[in-house]
Design a protein around this ligand. Structure first.
Ligand SMILES: *Cc1c(COP(=O)(O)O)cnc(C)c1O
Length: 383
C-alpha cells in the first residue's frame, strides 16, 4: 500500500462516526453489549473486539493498523512508551536460564532491562559491538534465545548488518528484535530484512512534536497476538485514546517532516564538515562513516540525528559551545520539531562515550537559522 494511503485512509471508517473527516478520540474505558451472548462472543476475541480500553480502543486500533502497514508488518501494538514496547517485545522470548546477545551502545533503559531487571530473573546478557557481525555470532551460546539490535544506535550511530544477523538467527531459532527509532519506518524496514520484531520509541519521529510519549512493537500476527495475550494485557502498558489520536494526526505529516529533516541535516552537515574546529562527524549517510556502504544498503535515506566530535577536549570549551547556542535547545530525547544538542559530558560518566562528543537532533527550523547558530557557537571555541 502507498504510504499516503496508509497515513490518510487506512483503518479509518468514517461511516461509523457521522462521516467526520477526523476520527473521534473515543475517551471511554468501557464498551457495552446488547446481550449476554454478544458479550460472551466478544470476550472470546478480546484481541480484536473493543471491550475494555486496556485491551482495545477504536482510536488505538486505527493507529495500530497504520503503524503495522508502515513497517510492512502483519500487526502492531502501540504502548505508553518506547521502553514499555521494548520490555513487552523482549519478555516473551526469555525465561530463567536463557541468554540474550545485545548491542553494546543500545538505549540506556534497554540495557537496564537486560542487565538489571531480567538478570534478577535468571536471564543473562552479553553486550557486544554490533558493527562487527562476527562478534554477534561469536557471543551466541547454546542457550541464546534472543538477539537484540538497534541500528543505528542513537549516540555513536553504529549499524548492524540486519539481514546477515537475521539469517544467522533464524537458522538457530533465535528471535531477533530491532529498535528502528533512528530511521523511522520510511527509511528502514527491518522486518523486510528478516528481523522478527521491530520496536520504536514513537516519542521520536513517529510523533515528532515532543508532546506524546509512546512506543510500538511490530511483527507477525502470531507474535503480536502472543504479546497481547501475555505482557500487554497483564502489564497494562496501554496508550491513552487521546495520545493515540495525537499520534494518528502526527503520522499525516511523517513523510514531509522526514523529508525536511533529511534535507536540513544534509545542509547542516556539509557546513560542519568544512569547519576547522570539528574533528569528526558521525552520520551513517555521510561518506566518512565507517559503515556508509551498509547504511546505503539497508536504509533508503538518512534522518536528523547525528553526533560530532570537537577538536576541543576540555569540558569548559565544550560546555561553552553548547551554552552559546540560542536556537538549539539543550535537552534529552530527539526527533521532534525542535533542534537539540546534548554533550556526552552532561551524561553520567559520559555513558562511556568520547568526552568531546555532542549529539545533535535536527528539527524543522530553517536550515540557515540553524547554521548561523552553530557558526556563532563554534566561534567561541579555541582555534
Ligand atoms: C527514546 C528512546 C527509547 C525509549 O523510548 P521512550 O518513548 O522514551 O520510552 C528507545 N530507544 C531509543 C533508540 C530511543 O532513543
Amino acid at each position: 500500500m502507498e504510504i499516503s494511503e496508509i497515513i490518510n485512509q487506512l483503518g479509518e471508517e468514517r461511516e461509523n462516526y457521522f462521516n467526520a473527516v477526523i476520527p473521534p478520540v473515543l475517551q471511554s474505558s468501557n464498551f457495552a453489549f446488547s446481550s449476554v451472548a454478544d458479550l460472551r462472543e466478544a470476550l472470546g476475541n478480546e484481541f480484536k473486539r473493543p471491550i475494555y480500553t486496556r485491551g482495545n480502543n477504536p482510536a488505538v486500533e486505527i493507529l495500530r493498523k497504520k503503524i503495522a502497514a508502515l513497517e510492512k508488518a502483519e500487526d502492531a501494538l502501540v504502548m505508553g512508551s518506547g521502553s514499555a514496547a521494548i520490555s513487552c517485545a523482549v519478555l516473551p522470548h526469555v525465561s530463567s536460564g536463557d541468554h540474550v546477545v545485545c548491542v553494546e551502545n543500545c538505549y540506556g533503559w534497554t540495557k537496564t532491562l537486560l542487565q538489571s531487571l531480567l538478570h534478577r530473573f535468571g536471564v543473562e546478557s552479553t553486550f557486544v559491538d554490533g558493527s562487527d557481525t562476527q562478534k554477534i555470532f561469536d557471543a551466541t551460546q547454546d542457550n541464546t534465545t534472543l538477539i537484540y539490535l538497534e541500528s543505528p544506535t542513537s549516540f555513536m550511530m553504529e549499524l548492524q548488518d540486519l539481514s546477515a544477523i537475521a539469517q544467522f538467527a533464524h537458522a538457530r531459532e533465535i528471535t531477533t528484535i530491532c529498535d528502528n527509532s533512528w530511521a523511522s519506518p520510511l527509511v528502514q524496514n527491518p522486518i523486510a530484512l528478516g528481523i522478527d520484531l521491530v520496536v520504536h520509541s514513537a516519542t521520536k519521529y513517529l510523533n515528532g512534536h515532543s508532546d506524546v510519549v509512546a512506543g510500538v512493537v511490530c511483527g507477525s500476527a502470531e507474535k503480536i497476538q502472543a504479546i497481547f495475550q501475555g505482557e500487554y494485557m497483564t502489564l497494562g502498558p496501554t496508550l491513552s485514546p487521546h495520545d493515540a489520536w495525537l499520534l494518528t494526526r502526527s503520522l499525516r505529516t511523517l513523510p514531509i517532516r522526514m523529508e525536511r529533516v533529511q534535507a536540513t541535516t544534509r545542509e547542516v552537515i556539509s557546513f560542519l564538515a568544512r569547519d576547522k574546529s570539528i574533528e569528526k562527524i558521525i552520520y551513517p549517510m555521510h561518506e566518512s562513516h565507517s559503515q556508509h556502504d551498509l547504511a546505503r544498503k539497508q536504509m533508503c535515506g538518512g534522518a536528523g540525528l547525528f553526533s560530532i566530535q570537537l577538536k576541543a577536549h576540555d569540558s569548559e570549551a565544550i560546555e561553552r559551545f553548547c551554552d552559546s547556542l540560542t536556537h538549539f535547545l539543550i535537552a534529552v530525547s530527539w526527533g521532534g520539531y525542535e533542534s537539540l544538542v546534548i554533550p556526552s559530558i552532561a551524561l553520567k560518566e559520559g555513558h562511556g562515550f568520547p568526552e568531546n562528543l555532542i549529539r545533535i537532533s535536527i528539527g524543522l527550523e530553517d536550515p540557515e537559522l540553524l547554521i548561523k547558530d552553530l557558526s556563532q557557537a563554534l566561534d567561541t571555541l579555541p582555534n
